[in-house]
Design a binder for this molecule. Structure first.
Ligand SMILES: Cc1cc2nc3c(=O)[nH]c(=O)nc-3n(C[C@H](O)[C@H](O)[C@H](O)COP(=O)(O)OP(=O)(O)OC[C@H]3O[C@@H](n4cnc5c(N)ncnc54)[C@H](O)[C@@H]3O)c2cc1C
Length: 315
């Protein structure tokens, strides 16, 4: 297993910011994960599991710990048959969604534009355009710091809006971490076929649905600038009978913050819930800007925004 020292995290995050990780390891098999846990324990350091770094803000001071990224056997997709698939945590969500789509299965095909890994998607319960990764997930397997395997049934995953049991159970960069790593997940998908369609027509229709979502993304998100997706979670509104989710971007725009800058960080002029690195942002700029947006929206609109992006390291 390759162990890098003082690896710049700016190379591994979609914001393109972040100082060095004291140790950075690529685990290709279960034995590597055990070795990485042993390294952290020997050095008395916390661990952090990195997916594709697309929902992550790492401090400019870096992370005094062991960052573990998955590859090798964790990048495999297994077709179990009849719409059941098992995939490793390092599989890019886009690859997984497209693999299932090409076989005519529906349910996660609209998630193909989310740039993270399957592990990161399960941890966040990532979702878009009415689909969420947790909906069709039937089992998740994790490994703890002692090398023991844990099996989570769908119920035990307690998926909710951008929530899962893994946000409490996984190695998160804290000294007091419980320390599990998501290694794989199993899904049961439904056939996308509707009466009268040939299999080829089903695949073409699902692909057209995906392309429609991709076009919406391209039109509404600043994809040409470094960012980490939505800064804040959607807001739960309405009543128990008529629950409603409201996009934070609406309030951020109402508060007059579109285009507002701190240092090199900017509230996107295209999508107010995205913060972009306009070229020379530091992690501090990005955090200060998100704190400022939260404070101004609270003051002007009376709404408490909740951060979606994960923070790593001391700010
Ligand atoms: C342009 C853009 C568009 C986006 N659009 C969407 C969208 O439509 N919907 C959406 O939900 N999100 C979106 N995101 C955010 C992001 O892509 C998702 O949250 C994604 O699921 C994060 O996956 P990741 O692999 O990059 O995780 P990371 O950012 O690397 O990590 C996120 C968290 O997951 C944990 N984690 C990752 N892998 C594991 C593992 N194997 N075991 C344990 N913990 C793990 C990390 O420790 C961290 O706490 C977008 C981001 C960008 C940049």
């Amino acid at each position: 297993m390759q162990i890098l020292e003082n690896e710049p995290m700016s190379k591994h995050t979609s914001f393109k910011v972040g100082g060095p990780a004291r140790y950075f390891v690529k685990a290709e098999c279960i034995d590597d994960l055990k070795e990485a846990a042993a390294l952290a324990s020997e050095k008395g350091l916390p661990r952090f599991i990195l997916g594709n770094g697309t929902n992550l803000l790492v401090s400019d001071k870096g992370f005094e710990g062991v960052v573990i990224t998955l590859a090798g056997e964790f990048s495999e997709i297994q077709d179990i048959g009849n719409g059941a698939f098992k995939a490793g945590a390092a599989v890019p969500l886009g690859r997984f969604a497209r693999t299932t789509l090409k076989q005519g299965y529906a349910g996660i095909h609209k998630l193909a534009g989310i740039p993270g890994t399957l592990g990161g998607a399960i941890y966040m319960n990532a979702g878009a355009y009415g689909q969420e990764i947790g909906t069709h997930c039937t089992q998740v397997i994790t490994l703890d710091a002692g090398g023991n395997t844990h099996e989570y049934s769908k119920e035990a995953c307690t998926f909710g809006y951008r929530k899962s049991a893994f946000q409490n159970a996984c190695a998160s960069g804290n000294q007091a971490e419980p320390g599990q790593v998501i290694v794989s997940a199993t899904f049961q998908l439904e056939s996308g076929n509707t009466a009268g369609e040939s299999p080829e027509q089903t695949v073409a229709r699902l692909e057209a649905e995906l392309q429609e979502c991709m076009a919406k993304r391209k039109a509404s998100q600043p994809l040409n600038m470094p960012n980490a997706g939505s800064t804040f979670k959607r807001l739960e509104r309405g009543s128990a009978d008529m629950p409603q989710q409201v996009a934070p971007g609406y309030y951020i725009e109402q508060a007059g913050l579109k285009g507002y800058r701190i240092g090199g960080a900017e509230v996107s002029t295209l999508h107010a819930n995205f913060i972009v690195n306009a070229g020379s942002a530091t992690a501090r700029d990005i955090l200060d800007l998100s704190d400022y947006v939260k404070a101004i929206v609270a003051k002007k609109i009376g709404i408490e925004l909740q951060r979606e992006i994960v923070l790593l390291g001391k700010f």
